[in-house]
Design a protein around this ligand. Structure first.
Ligand code: NIG
Ligand code: FE
Length: 407
């Protein structure tokens, strides 16, 4: 006897296999027409076509002839921030570039000034509606980065804010320590790096405040040499690693990430064909962020070339005030089809199974027996309406661990 049986599923679409690689595998979904799903203790206990079901259930929920897909996984957000970046938005529309604004002490520095003085409670209050927006758009697992605290104390407060947020949402939050930007000057940079390695990372690891360390490798941020030191400290402390890299300049971040077996290399707007092949030969996930290309007018990351080379691609919103004010994980998926050349099935895999792999998770991202019952009921009877529709939410219901979330 199952606890719960879902009926009235017109079509169930799920990727097969975690961290799927190559065009064929990434685009190969399992589609079950007229499906049923049984759930026990928040986990999928049976799944298949309705004519094969012969069990019993304590309660039955009829989904009314709608399509079901796995809950989306947003593997890259900066959902905690203070203030706004409307000044940058205006300056950029008048011709200034993101890099120029950052180099002049604005951009990320501006957001740090608006965030770092807040208490963790204030930070959580600012972020909660953003987490709720991502959840309404279909995200049942959401990675959230620090990185706007800058000082030891404020970075810890940001991660504590994510811990507070986890108590206020049923979506699963995955906190990441982001080593974002660095001071000018060799000595200052070295001192900051030592603070990160000797104080921040050990404290974060010791208190379980993050599961990974991310670093922004860029001309106006960290060099690959500095990143190597910081990421080695993270690994010594037992944390996974990720990189923001190949966004504006090629300064060695992607190669470092692959060499150090990062969970993911993220951005990749200027990733070359040779670099696509390098990622494809590794276990590292290539996380693309189409909202950044749209908002900053950057080239789109070569999603098609990455998949054709054999890389496992994931999609994130990169929700943040400066480079991607995109509050919808399903819109990120739809944009990846238009901007990055993914097929709709590849985009579903990239926003579910592969995004789970980018976070080192193996119990979410697919609808199979034994996986968490995290899934979406769509407004449509055809799952393809999710990446197809723009500007209207096609997610009708969001379920996490077998529980329907309040709208
Ligand atoms: O993923 N590139 C660096 N970090 C963020 C943007 C942060 C910001 O502009 O506030 C990103 O694009
Ligand atoms: Fe980012």
């Amino acid at each position: 006897m199952s606890e719960l049986l879902l009926t009235g599923i017109s079509q169930l679409a799920t990727p097969l296999g975690q961290g799927s690689r190559r065009g064929a595998a990434m685009g190969q979904l399992q589609i079950v027409e007229r499906a049923r799903v049984a759930i026990d203790a928040g986990v999928i206990s049976w799944i298949g076509p309705e004519y094969e079901w012969s069990g019993n259930a304590e309660s039955v929920v009829d989904l009314g002839g709608r399509a079901v897909v796995p809950g989306l996984i947003d593997p890259h957000t900066h959902a905690v921030w203070g203030g706004d970046r409307l000044i940058d938005f205006e300056a950029r529309s008048a011709g200034a570039t993101y890099e120029e604004i950052l180099a002049a002490g604005g951009g990320i520095w501006h957001t740090i000034r608006e965030t770092a003085d807040k208490s963790s409670e204030e930070m959580a209050e600012l972020a909660l509606p953003r987490i709720q927006a991502l959840q309404r758009s279909g995200a049942t697992t959401i990675e959230v980065k620090s990185g706007y605290g800058y000082t030891l104390e404020a970075e810890l407060r940001m991660l504590e804010a994510i811990r507070l947020l986890q108590k206020r949402t049923l979506s699963r939050l995955v906190p990441t320590l982001l080593v974002h930007i660095c001071p000018e000057g060799f000595t200052e940079r070295q001192a900051y790096r030592e603070m990160v390695c000797n104080e921040l990372i050990p404290e974060v690891a010791g208190r379980g405040l993050a599961s990974a360390v991310d670093i922004f490798v860029e001309r106006h941020a960290w060099s690959a040499e500095d990143a190597r030191i910081v990421l080695a400290c993270a690994q010594t402390a037992g944390l996974s690693i990720k990189l923001h890299t190949e966004q504006f300049q090629q300064v060695g971040g992607l190669e470092l990430g692959v060499e150090m077996e990062a969970l993911s290399v993220d951005h990749l707007e200027i990733c070359s064909v040779e670099q696509c092949r390098l990622v494809a030969r590794s276990k590292t996930i290539a996380t693309i962020l189409p909202g950044v290309s749209l908002h900053l007018g950057l080239p789109a990351a070569p999603g098609r070339a990455l998949i054709d080379a054999g890389a496992a691609v994931a999609i994130g919103t990169d929700l943040n005030p400066g480079s991607s004010p995109l509050f919808s994980t399903s819109a990120a998926m739809g944009l990846a089809v238009r901007l990055n050349g993914l097929t709709a099935p590849e985009a579903l895999t990239a926003s579910t199974a592969n995004a789970a792999a980018a976070l080192g998770l193996s119990n979410v991202g697919r609808l199979e027996v034994g996986m968490q019952a995290d899934f979406l009921v769509l407004e449509s009877s055809d799952w393809r309406d999710l990446p197809y529709t723009l500007g209207q939410n096609m997610v009708r219901e969001v379920w996490v661990a077998g529980r329907k979330q309040a709208a």
